[in-house]
Design a binder for this molecule. Structure first.
Ligand SMILES: *Cc1c(COP(=O)(O)O)cnc(C)c1O
Length: 481
């Protein structure tokens, strides 16, 4: 037996490289990262996959590989084709970020592998996460008793909020067929999915009409709730958006909060995209009333420019979040704080137990850069959207959508003759073919519509000017064709 163990140990020790090996790997990874960042400005934001990704080395074998070869493979197959979200030219969908200190935070979190889910296991990591969540709650103006959880993203954060609302409003299975949910056609599709996943797919979903700027019509909401009540149904949940993905529209938060309070409905706010604009004055002016919601979602991997992997759910009364996620397990008995434990552990407020230590990738950039830089970057994004909108308004043939509330602008070209949808599809294609800038499209009021979404911290005026020039040039070419 001892011999077997010795033999296995000798082979298993390969999993612990010595300092020289670690150093060599770190150097190679560092060189790769630096090379990537050096090339960002010249590389395309969008590259069509001409078969590169199919060359990914997926042979998982018994033999150890060589990092140099693996990085080369990664460079070609993964960091080549598709959208490069790290690029300042990413102006499609809602751009992601990738501030560098988050990578360092992830690195340290992965090396130390602290178990952030339970205070007992890592009081410091759990404290960091709950402290960051409380900072966010304070930022949006939630009261003292608020709390929340760092999630993998906005979709899961919305799910967590919907489940919390379901429990807090005591919607049981038998109530579902009569239970009414109110949101607009502009709500993010992950909210529909959250309702389905939460077993609420058979609720009556009311698509509340929007105004000419795609914001929820508060009067229509009120009428809809009234007629549902008269029909003996059970209105219980309003899902509003603070910055829709499609158009950046902010629903009339104060009016919706007043309705929710009067009608005793749960008001959930999806601010995955817009929430962190609370950091700048321009954003705060638009987001008035945010703090009157019962729960909300905001995505540090959008508005705080983190790499993908961090969203947040906030609940005005943290006890309701805990109640919705309560659990019992005998093998966890050492880990429970016991009666009177002042702080919830992340695992008390989430469907997760083991989880990445997400706090560090958020704490490190906030501490290293300080808030002023984030405030400036967010305000800059709003002004860049306004600038794009203003310049587009002066251009012949272009028809900008509403003045942006945050940092999304919709627009299209209206050709003198021919099919406008086909024209704009071709214009989008031309931008993609150029590759320097990536923008995306949507459908609004039946029209194929182009969008600009400014949220990458690397996007500055040069990218906007490049896009404007490109649009003018390509539209002229297409119109002449
Ligand atoms: C991005 C987004 C989501 C989804 O968040 P993920 O982090 O991508 O899961 C939800 N709602 C809005 C408004 C968003 O912009």
């Amino acid at each position: 037996m001892i011999e077997t163990i010795q033999r296995l140990e000798a082979a298993a020790r390969a999993l612990e490289p010595d300092p020289a090996q670690r150093g060599a790997w770190l150097d190679a990874v560092r060189a790769y990262a630096e090379g990537f960042l050096d090339e960002l400005e010249v590389l395309p934001t969008y590259t069509r996959d001409a078969g590169q990704s199919s060359k990914l080395d997926l042979s998982i074998t018994e033999r150890p590989g060589r990092l140099g070869a693996l990085l080369e493979n990664l460079h070609e197959t993964v960091d080549g084709p598709g959208i490069n979200p790290a690029s300042g030219g990413h102006l499609g969908y809602i751009p992601g970020g990738g501030v560098f200190p988050s990578a360092l935070g992830d690195f340290l979190a992965d090396v130390t592998n602290r178990f952030s889910g339970i205070s007992f296991a890592s009081p410091g990591a759990a404290r960091m996460e709950s402290g960051l969540v409380r900072w966010m709650a304070g930022l949006v103006g939630y009261p003292e008793g608020a709390g929340g959880d760092l999630t993998s993203g906005g979709s899961i954060a919305n799910l967590s909020a919907v489940v919390t609302a379901r429990e807090a409003m005591e919607i049981r299975a038998r109530d579902i067929p009569d239970a009414c949910v109110y949101m607009t056609s502009q709500a993010h599709h992950c909210v529909d999915r959250a309702l389905n996943v939460a077993g609420l797919g058979e609720c009556r979903l009311r698509r509340v009409p929007v105004d000419d700027r795609y914001r929820m019509d508060a009067g229509a909401l009120e009428r809809s709730i009234g007629s549902d009540r008269r029909a003996g149904l059970r209105p219980w949940l309003i899902v509003a958006s603070a910055g829709t993905t499609d158009t950046g529209a902010v629903d009339p938060l104060e009016a919706l909060a007043a309705i929710a309070e009067r009608e005793r409905l749960w008001l959930h706010l999806d601010a995955a995209y817009g929430g962190f604009f609370m950091l700048c004055e321009e954003g705060r002016a638009v987001l008035k009333g945010l703090q009157r919601s019962d729960s909300m979602v905001m995505d540090p991997h959008k508005g705080l420019f983190l790499p993908y992997g961090t969203g947040a759910v906030l609940v005005r009364d943290v006890r309701l979040l805990a109640a919705a996620h309560a659990y019992q397990a005998d093998y966890m008995q050492d880990a429970r704080g016991g009666a009177g434990a002042a702080e919830y552990s992340p695992a008390d407020l989430s469907a997760e137990l083991s989880r990445p230590f997400r706090g560090l990738r958020l704490w490190l950039p906030l501490k290293l850069f300080g808030l002023a830089a984030f405030r400036a970057a967010l305000a800059e994004k709003i002004w860049l959207a306004r600038y794009f909108h203003a310049r587009l308004s002066e251009l012949d043939g272009f028809e900008p959508g509403p003045t942006p509330e945050l940092s999304v602008v919709t627009y299209r070209y209206v050709p003198k003759r021919g099919d406008a949808d086909a024209f704009n599809r071709a214009l989008l294609q031309a931008v993609h073919d150029d590759g320097h800038i990536f923008v995306s499209s949507t459908r609004l009021d039946g029209h194929f519509t182009l969008r600009l979404a400014v949220l990458n911290f690397r996007t500055h005026r040069a990218e906007i000017d490049y896009l404007l020039d490109l649009l003018v040039r390509e539209a002229a070419r297409l119109a002449a064709a």
